[in-house]
Design a protein around this ligand. Structure first.
Ligand code: ATP
Length: 284
């Protein structure tokens, strides 16, 4: 038997770090949503007790370092599943981009194997399993739009933001999430976004206000280390995006655009700067 799952990319409409906890994690407050740019994951049952990963993308690990592998092993161990699985990852989300590609693959693998092996695991339990794999995985289990607190695992689903175009551009650098968090001094953040105002803008469907309130404290670290990300933000604003922000720890920058007539100009303008550019819709 075979199952398929879509693993969409996430963007942060806001990302705030409240403080560094004693366990080393950062206490965060993030508003996250998904965009229509997705990996496609195929899972096929194997009679042997083994996990095999393949992908058309030559630049991701295919062994136990792959988050989809880890998700499969976790579910097999926890539910004592004797069968194996062949997992093919058709990667569309750029890697190490701040778009939670690996986390979304892991979440999609949990969902898919739950179906493939008829385990009947509830959503909350899938999210608990996901939290063992990474902070963004619980959100990716359900997707939608949510506020995430704690280290990302305490989720409060909210309504979708007003529909719009999202232009994403990833400069040709790879950014390590742990390096960026490691360099963040939580006591010296200059400007915190207002989660409340972001939530109010979404609730009241005020697109312009949402664009004004976008904020990500990790920009203070990443933009300093990688000036090309700052430059990309400036270019995207100059080209006419309504709101521009770096997603996650970067380096992907996204622009929210309400008018379809502006999208082609922004997309083409950005292609002069980097080759990884996408124009997609919010996944609402
Ligand atoms: P996040 O925003 O959650 O930190 P990201 O988008 O910055 O994620 P990923 O694309 O998830 O980053 O990749 C981060 C690292 O994880 C890469 O170095 C990659 O080699 C590794 N990795 C493991 N499994 C996967 C996977 N299924 N897809 C992509 N990368 C993976």
């Amino acid at each position: 038997m075979k199952v398929f799952e879509k693993a969409p990319a996430k963007i942060n409409l806001s990302l705030d770090v409240l403080y560094k906890r004693e366990d080393g994690y950062h206490e965060v407050e993030m508003v996250m949503t998904m965009v229509d740019l997705a990996d496609r994951i195929e899972m096929q049952e194997l009679p042997r007790d083994t996990i095999i990963i393949s992908s058309q993308a030559g630049y991701i690990p295919l062994d136990e370092k792959n988050l989809a592998f880890q998700a499969a092993r976790l579910i097999k161990d926890r539910y004592d599943v004797k069968q194996g699985v062949y997992i093919h990852l058709d990667k569309k989300i750029p890697v190490a981009a701040g778009l939670a590609g690996g986390s979304s693959d892991a979440a999609a693998t949990l969902r898919g194997l739950n179906r493939l092996w008829r385990l009947n695991i509830g959503t909350e339990e899938l999210q608990r399993l996901g939290a063992e794999l990474g902070s963004d995985v619980p959100f990716c289990v359900t997707g939608g739009t949510a506020v995430a607190r704690g280290r990302g695992e305490k989720l409060e689903p909210i309504e979708a933001p007003p529909q719009c175009w999202v232009v994403l551009a990833k400069p040709p650098i790879n950014v390590s999430t742990s390096e960026i968090y490691g360099k963040l001094n939580a006591q010296e953040i200059h400007r915190h976004p207002s989660t409340d105002r972001v939530l109010a803008a979404i609730r009241e469907k005020r697109f312009d206000e949402l664009c004004d309130e976008l904020g990500n404290v990790l920009e203070e670290v990443t933009l300093k280390l990688y000036p090309e990300v700052r430059q990309l933000k400036e270019v995207m604003m100059r080209l006419g995006a309504d709101g521009v922000l770096m997603s996650g720890s970067g380096p992907t920058v996204f622009g929210l655009v309400s008018k379809e007539s502006k999208v082609a100009r922004i997309y083409n303008g950005l292609r002069g700067f980097c080759k990884d550019v996408y124009a997609v819709r919010l996944l609402t």
